[in-house]
Design a protein around this ligand. Sequence first.
Ligand code: IPM
Ligand code: MG
Length: 365
Amino acid sequence: MEYRIASISGDGIGPEIVEEAKKVLNKVGELYGHRFHYEEVLMGGISIDTYGVPLTDEALETARSCDAVLLGAVGGNVGNSRWYDVAPNLRPEAGLLAIRKGLNLFANIRPAYLYEGPSDACPLKKEIIGDGFDMVIVRELTGGLYFGERHTEEVNGIRQAVDTLVYSETEIRRVAVKAFQIAQKRRKKVTSVDKANVLDSSRLWRSVVEEVAKEYPEVTLEHMLVDNCAMQLVMNPGQFDVILTENMFGDILSDEASMITGSIGMLSSASLNEGKFGLYEPSHGSAPDIAGKGIANPVATILSAAMMLRFSFDLDREADAVEAAVRQTLADGFRTADIMADGMQPVGTEEMGDRICERLTDSLK
Ligand code: IPM
Ligand code: MG
């Protein structure tokens, strides 16, 4: 089959890690008889430098016309005045929010599991890690606080800022359905995270999630307050299967979940619309401090490409092969700096990509 992929390298380490993900995709193509065509799309700081805005309408349309989007990362140091001394809607991150909204990518799927090899990078105590953990965070991505009306004003000489948090039942229902569908294929448990002891939007969230749960009787639903969830993630991560939550809580909890895996450099993500279309990006940011040094960990982006194969192209066998190749590469001891441990073989970004490609090839021998 042939597929058209919008490729958004973005800023910082973005170009380096996207390069490795494409290398792996091309290897998959070679081994399994597919062709991937890439449309280069500018977004973030690089788009600001070129067009003065973080995402042009044309870029959005190009992305929409493709079968899926592969993204590195956007943004830079807040000290970069060219990108940050401007209105918030012109900063690099605004491009990311705009593409998510513009393509209706309301369900953000962020898996967090502990790899056997790099579990030594996990900051939790052995007793807590137990048999490890394997969870998926389903984060609502196009509503809530990040998309509500906001402004800063001065009232009687005092500055005040307003952000609004709105959720309709339609927005809650559609992301809840995704979470239950995913849970059905896993260990059949959804933990819906909210702040229903304080927020109206959370109380609505809870009641809509309960309605959806009735349609999935084989899936167990539990509710958890977000502050408790933050604590449970470091106390007993093994209890979670699918965590379903709203935009801001999901933003925060997914960083926390990624860190207990040892490195945010390992965590992939998919942002999906109602159908098969999705945007695939690592959960981490653009890491401007290490950009261009060839030391960034490309694994999260490569695993995001595997999610693309699975969710957008229905190429499960190929996705399994990429995931297995990543596992094997780690098991063979290859480590980028962020997950380096005693006795392991240090590699840079490019070599990590090469090693994964080698193991992909070997898996078909
Ligand atoms: C993420 C990032 C973004 C978000 C930022 C860069 C706007 O933190 O993907 O988690 O909050 O969604
Ligand atoms: Mg985040």
